[in-house]
Design a protein. Structure first.
Length: 198
């Protein structure tokens, strides 16, 4: 008899918890100490994250176009140099050829550095993104009564009621849109985010 009473009380408590959770969800506010966040979705689905990705892709396309133009110019210069070979003194031609080789090597080094800097900026973009949206996540954590936000990738078992990803995406879009908040420059003080302006 006592066992049946405990089971009944446990069912009532679970039902009460589920009813409270459902009510909180209907208000759009999840109440939980432990919150789960899908950081990949946060970056790929917010307008701000999409803008950062678009900027990277635009910079990559611009660099590719620039490299193709340089390559075409070097091919034309090499062709002209080859045509001059027959009518130029060997010593003079060697000087021209050496200068061309130095030019090619310098341009290749500069191009390689630009590519490395661009890929580095892509790798650091999620870090800059999270630094910018951190105040919004803290705000959500306070509103939901949370004490810890866990990355979804590090959680083996979870309850959907603590996943605040959709709320976070909506709030970031509302507060930031597709640009950085006025006065916030997440990578301004980070020397690792400095890229070549060549």
């Amino acid at each position: 008899m006592l066992t049946m009473i405990w089971q009944l009380l446990r069912c009532v408590c679970v039902a009460g918890f589920l009813a409270t959770t459902a009510a909180a969800q209907s208000l759009g506010v999840v109440q939980s100490d432990l919150l789960v966040l899908d950081t990949d979705r946060l970056f790929t689905e917010t307008m701000f994250g999409k803008m950062m990705t678009t900027e990277y892709q635009a910079a990559r396309e611009k660099l590719s176009a620039q490299n193709r133009q340089i390559e075409a110019e070097l091919e034309a210069e090499e062709k002209l140099l080859t045509e001059l070979r027959e009518e130029t003194a060997p010593v003079e031609f060697k000087a021209l050829a050496d200068a061309f080789d130095v030019k090619v090597q310098n341009l290749r080094r500069a191009s390689d550095k630009q590519v490395r800097d661009l890929e580095r900026s892509r790798d650091l973009a999620p870090v800059a993104f999270m630094r910018t949206v951190e105040p919004i996540l803290v705000e959500l954590m306070v509103e939901t009564g949370g004490t810890v936000i866990l990355d979804k990738r590090s959680v083996l078992l979870r309850r959907d009621v603590v996943d605040i990803t959709d709320m976070a995406i909506a709030r970031i879009d509302q507060k930031i849109g597709d640009g950085k908040p006025e006065g916030i420059s997440p990578d301004a003080d980070d020397p690792e985010n400095e890229t070549s302006q060549e």
